[in-house]
Design a protein around this ligand. Structure first.
Ligand SMILES: Nc1ncnc2c1ncn2[C@@H]1O[C@H](COP(=O)(O)OP(=O)(O)O)[C@@H](O)[C@H]1O
Ligand SMILES: [Mg+2]
Length: 225
């Protein structure tokens, strides 16, 4: 199987005053194309740091990260932005929607950045919102949506550029358990449609629904199979 994501001896150090925090410590990890992986570990173990690195929102202090076989080390900001926009969709715990825009315009935002014209933006965002079950909420602003619906808008936005990889950092963390399970069902469907999915959770029952659980502790991955 081809690796969608590969980390080779990746470390991320943060320097705060005269302390050095080794948020990730020589992590090696290979994630197969079309797989569904849960990253699980206690608070402060390095999960968000790992996700930011995989998502090319941050760069490692040491080591290499390959996306779709392409080595991202040494890429400049423009090249990293290209990978981010084309290959990776990112979903956060607190949705990060723009409050003044309705669901349609929020979902269309990455297309605006990609220079797509308004008509096509609206069509593609509408298709994506329909895929996540929000056909009848396109004109609602975030404040007029439930938590689960907001997360669906965020998922539509993450996928509107049709990236192969979907990363989600505690996507169910701000949702009640029923809504959390609904979001998981959506991830399962997107995975069946071919997306590679990596998500972070504290919830063992959600993690156990996935093909693979990667445990992380103190910046290290115990099981890097
Ligand atoms: N920007 C930063 N500056 C300094 N230390 C950070 C920064 N981000 C994270 N850390 C530290 O790195 C470690 C891992 O953090 P994080 O990846 O956010 O963990 P998790 O998402 O598992 O809770 C923690 O000890 C945290 O305090
Ligand atoms: Mg975190």
């Amino acid at each position: 199987m081809k690796a969608a994501i590969e980390l080779v001896d990746v470390s991320r150090l943060y320097v705060v005053g005269d302390t050095v925090v080794r948020a990730l410590d020589r992590v090696s990890l290979s994630i197969e194309e079309h797989s569904f992986t849960a990253i699980m570990g206690p608070s402060g173990s390095g999960k968000s740091t790992l996700m930011s690195l995989i998502g090319c929102l941050d760069v490692p202090t040491e080591g290499r990260i390959l996306i779709d076989g392409e080595d991202t080390s040494g890429m400049d900001e423009e090249e990293l932005a290209y990978i981010r926009n084309r290959k990776i969709g990112f979903v956060f715990q607190h949705f990060s929607l723009l409050p003044k825009l309705n669901a349609l315009d929020n979902a269309a935002l990455p297309l605006l950045y990609a220079g797509v014209g308004q008509r096509e933006r609206r069509e593609r965002a509408a298709d994506m919102l329909e895929r996540v079950g929000l056909k009848d909420r396109m004109r609602h602003r975030p404040s007029e949506l439930s938590g689960g619906q907001k997360q669906r808008v965020a998922i539509a936005r993450a996928l509107v550029n049709d990236p192969s990889i979907l990363l989600a950092d505690e996507p169910t963390g701000a949702l009640d358990s029923v809504t959390g399970h609904e979001v998981m069902e959506l991830f399962h469907r997107l995975n069946e449609e071919g997306h590679t999915i990596v998500f972070v959770t504290h919830d063992r029952s959600l993690a156990e629904e996935c093909g693979r659980i990667v445990p992380i502790r103190d910046g290290r991955i115990d099981d890097a199979t």
